[in-house]
Write a protein of this length. Sequence first.
Length: 184
Amino acid sequence: MQKDFPIFFLLLLVSSLFGQENQIIQDIRKEYDDIKNILTDLSKDSVVIDGLSTEGSQINIYKDKNSSTRLIFADHFGEMGKKHEEYYFKNDTLIFKFSELQQYNVPFFMTGQTAEELGSEPYDPDKTKIFEDRFYFFNKKLFRWLDDNKNEISKQDKRFKEKEKEIFDFLKRINEKVNQTEPQ
C-alpha cells in the first residue's frame, strides 16, 4: 500500500491540474462570449503601424466605458494572403488570441491576362488555404496553443516561447503607438 501512495498522489495532482486548466479555458470562453455580446457598446480606435505587412495593416482597438481594452482586431494584408488576428482582454490583460491566415494560390493581383502572359494560373479565391491557431493565456503567460488541426503545441516546443514573445511584442508595439498618438 505504501508503494502505491506516490502513484496515487501523482494521479490526484495531475487530475487536479487538468481540471483547473479546463476551468480556466471555460472562463476564457465565457469572457470571449461576453466581449462578442457587448462589441457594439465598445468604443473603437484605429491605429496604423508601419512595416507589419507588404500591403498594410488595419488595427482596431475596442475599449469599454472605463477605457479598458477588451478586444483588438488586427488585419494584415499581403500579396500572397492576409492574416486576421483577434486579441481578447479581461482587466486589460490578454486572455485569448485567435489567428486566421489566408494563403492565396498566387498574388491577388494576378488576373487572367497577367497570369497567361507570365505562364501562371490566375488568382482564385476558392483556392485560398485557411489556417487557424488559438492561444490561451493565464497570468500573462501563454499556457495553451492549438494549431490549425487543433493539436496542442507542447510548452517544451521551441516555438511555444517564441510565439508567446512575438504576441507580447506585437501588443507592446500597439500600446506604444496608441500612447504616442494620444493627446497629452
